[in-house]
Design a protein around this ligand. Sequence first.
Ligand code: GAP
Length: 514
Amino acid sequence: MAKQEDDFKKVISHAKEYGYVFQSSEIYDGLSAVYDYAQNGAELKKNIREYWWRAMVQLNENIVGIDAAILMHPTTWKASGHVDAFTDPLIDNKDSKKRYRADVLVEEYAAKIETKIEKEVSKAAKRFGGAFDKKQFLATNQRVVDYQEKAASILKRLGRSLENEDLADVKKLIEELDIACPMSGSKNWTDVKQFNLMFGTKLGAAAESAIDLYLRPETAQGIFVNFLNVQKSGRMKIPFGIAQTGKAFRNEIVARQFIFRMREFEQMEMQFFIRPGTQNEWYEKWKENRMKWHFSLGMGEENYRFHDHDKLAHYADAATDIEFRFPFGFKELEGIHSRTDFDLGSHEKFSGKKLRYFDPELKDSYVPYVVETSIGLDRMFLAVFSNSLKEEELENGSTRTVLKLPAVLAPTKAAVFPLVKKDGLPELAHQIIDDLKWDFNVVYDEKDAVGRRYRRQDANGTPFCITVDHQTLEDQTVTIRHRDTMQQQRVAISGVKAIIAKEVDMKTWLMKMG
Ligand code: GAP
């Protein structure tokens, strides 16, 4: 656990030191769970957004993208169920005065049991070597079987109590498991209460006539209320999808873990409108498609897993998370939800407007069903950033810090260095930049010895460094160094663009989705 915490602290400090993420309003001591993206962070975030948008909108003939407003008519949130049901169960510790999500306290307890199982598995794998059969071990080792049953029964009881709104039983469970406040160790808990996560605001200047609004807690509703507008203006035929990226706001009770859980964050969502009865088929297709998108970035297939929901949100008939191995363990990165006709049906009722589709094949009209894919852009940023940050031991015994970002997402694609600050080398380096800048983000760096400049760019995540030296003046060649392998090649200046393009071309990366 200490190593995990240490690794995570390194991620946070690296993000600040290299201009990726800053605490919001830091000069005023910051605002809890609100962050700003800095010069490199804004580029990485933009590239992730584009990688998602192209995969969704450009590569699918039947998906279009929109950009709906953050502020919406207040009835939207009555219809969507957020006013009544977008709550988390909270509990306070009376001694430390710290507030927690009651369900998260219990889930973390169960996760600790799962960690014990993983430890038993790795001990046994070492003991049995090549003959180890993990499946058989999980089914037959009595201690592990007991652990699995304990974790499952805790989560089942939690799921049942939450579904039945039995908050007294959630508190009883916390007491029975002897869960203590992680900050103080105290077990002096208040009752569990429901807490609505939406931020309220006002529309209008005069206090008496101002209308109460909410900042949207998800982007999805901007898509639902526009369903018919898009379908008619785009002459869309079911099945079709509407995609959108944009800010969402949640007054999270537990807002720790850096940009994993924020109060202001960005979502990338796609609602796929389908014929009722076909939801299972589309749910499976989108699960597969989204996992392929993740795998295409080459961050290790073993770092992803599906986690099906036991407790379904008020709108869903099936739901799964794509979980990623963050520095603090496997956690939700993306949700895939079969939302039935709940949202469109409810907006029909509340607005009094028909939100139906006439299906020319069936010669009938119906309220379409929806399968949604919903990923947090900030969470994806954290997944990419934390997975890429490595400390490497080099052959000469020294270490280097390198940010091995997928090259397609790297904020800066190349840095150009003159070997020395004289003899016309800086001018030549600038000429190379002037040529490359039309295709890529490139930077100039002349400070310090070349070795230190390499290290700086490694830590920054720049895939290529190009060095201009005296030989360049004679034969128009430069050295190009690759971040991950540290290999250097001597190449003609005229060939540099193609070398960079081959590694960073979005099409090539997206084609890995198959
Ligand atoms: N429209 C469905 C929806 O909003 P969700 O599971 O509540 O579903 C989807 O959110 C995704 O949004 C999550 O998988 C996560 O990546 C991201 N997300 C949710 N709350 C977040 C928060 N407070 N901070 C950062 N990302 C968040």
